[in-house]
Write a protein that binds this ligand. Structure first.
Ligand code: HEC
Ligand code: HEC
Length: 329
């Protein structure tokens, strides 16, 4: 054996050993991980009856790239800018935000969290047709829609969503496309959107929901639904209704969307602990409170209800003596 060959053999032996150790560590890691998730799930309150089905994180097989893999240079700068707008909406683009919310209050974990309408799953589905406005929607249309309704842009300094082609869309879209690195264009990705919660035999009831709210939600979002502000005026627990929340045109104002979001994601840090029934009831309670006007209402509330709110929300209904949708508490 020449010195060269023996060095080669040693390298190969070393590589084989490294691979073996690596493999063992990976398997150990998997066991620890499984053990932890198992423990995490079994630690959920046993008292809460789990009327299935409930979604589990492992159903969402896609993992977006980690933040430290964002490249240097102009492309990486655009990704970081989009991520900042998404997570710190008020400070970055407050002139277009009439609500006190951030994108990431509803699209959790910087738009990464499965079953919280994650941006990696959304990115691969546009352009697509939507019945909400009966046209092909681009990603820019969707973002603009969330500014108009969820962010209530009408009450902002600019009075409307960012104009078409604005750099805000460019940055957000760059961020979303990067989150979706490796995902298949057009694929229906598990974890996309919010849970479609099956209807329950009892239906939903805001009065039952009030009790669920007081016990599980008010500690963070307050009995008034106004959330909690930090001394600097920003919210650490976002408002669920009232003038600072999303408006009547928002997707979250639909009971089914709110129920699906709440079931999987709330109480924050303890998602999937409410029963489906509790999630429906508390969603009904949350969205039967007054919030900013639907910007699509040009005539009467009745007309707007007929055009945009035929089913699935409390807009235009009288609840506890209050006509909902007129913007008056
Ligand atoms: C109050 C909660 C809320 C806030 C705040 C919010 N969104 Fe949304 N967003 C939703 C809901 C609910 C949907 C689904 C709506 C529907 O289908 O009607 C949605 C859908 C989307 C979608 C399409 C997702 C998909 O899977 O098709 C995009 C993209 C999006 N939002 C971006 C944003 C951006 C960007 C911001 C911040 C400027 C934002 N959202 C703020 C609740 C919110
Ligand atoms: C431990 C505190 C905590 C509890 C308890 C809690 N939430 Fe939340 N909630 C949050 C936080 C924090 C966010 C924003 C998440 C983020 O930005 O990452 C949020 C977001 C929301 C949102 C979307 C944003 C908005 O303002 O509309 C809704 C709806 C919501 N929670 C409803 C509920 C309901 C209903 C309950 C009770 C079943 C509940 N939450 C319990 C902390 C909490």
């Amino acid at each position: 054996m020449s010195p060269n060959e023996s060095a080669g053999t040693e390298r190969r032996t070393f590589r084989a050993a490294a691979l073996l150790i690596g493999g063992v560590l990976a398997i150990l890691g998997l066991f620890v991980y499984l053990g932890m998730t198992q423990a995490g799930w079994s630690a959920r309150p046993a008292a809460a009856p789990t009327d299935k089905p409930t979604a589990r994180p492992e159903q969402a097989a896609f993992t977006p790239p980690s933040v430290d893999s964002i490249p240097d240079g102009p492309y990486g700068d655009a990704i970081r800018k989009g991520m900042a707008i998404f997570n710190d909406t008020q400070n970055q683009v407050g002139e277009y935000a009439g609500s006190k919310l951030k994108c990431s209050n509803c699209h959790l974990d910087s738009g990464r969290q499965p079953f919280a309408a994650p941006m990696w799953a959304a990115w691969v589905k546009y352009p697509s047709y939507r019945t909400k406005n009966e046209q092909i929607n681009t990603m820019e249309d969707r973002i603009s829609g969330c500014f108009t309704y969820s962010m209530n842009a009408q009450a902002s300094v600019k009075g409307k969503a960012p104009p078409p082609g604005d750099d805000i869309y460019r940055y957000l879209e760059t961020y979303f496309a990067w989150l979706a690195t490796g995902a298949k264009v057009g694929a229906d990705m598990p974890g996309q959107g919010y849970l479609a919660l099956p209807k329950t035999a009892l239906g939903y009831d805001p009065a039952r929901g009030q009790k669920v709210y007081e016990e599980n939600c008010a500690s963070c979002h307050e009995l008034t639904g106004e959330g909690q502000r930090l001394p600097n005026g920003s919210y650490d627990f976002p408002p669920l209704w009232g003038p600072n929340s999303f408006n009547w045109g928002a997707g979250m104002a639909k009971i089914s969307n709110a129920a699906g979001f709440i079931k999987y994601n709330m109480p924050f840090g303890n998602g999937n602990s409410l029963t489906d029934q509790q999630a429906w009831d508390v969603a009904a309670y949350v969205v039967s409170h007054e919030r900013p006007r639907d910007p699509r209402q040009t005539g009467s509330i009745e007309q707007a209800r007929a055009a945009h709110h035929k089913s699935g929300d409390y807009y235009g209904q009288v609840v506890n003596g209050d006509l909902l949708g007129d913007g008056k508490p």
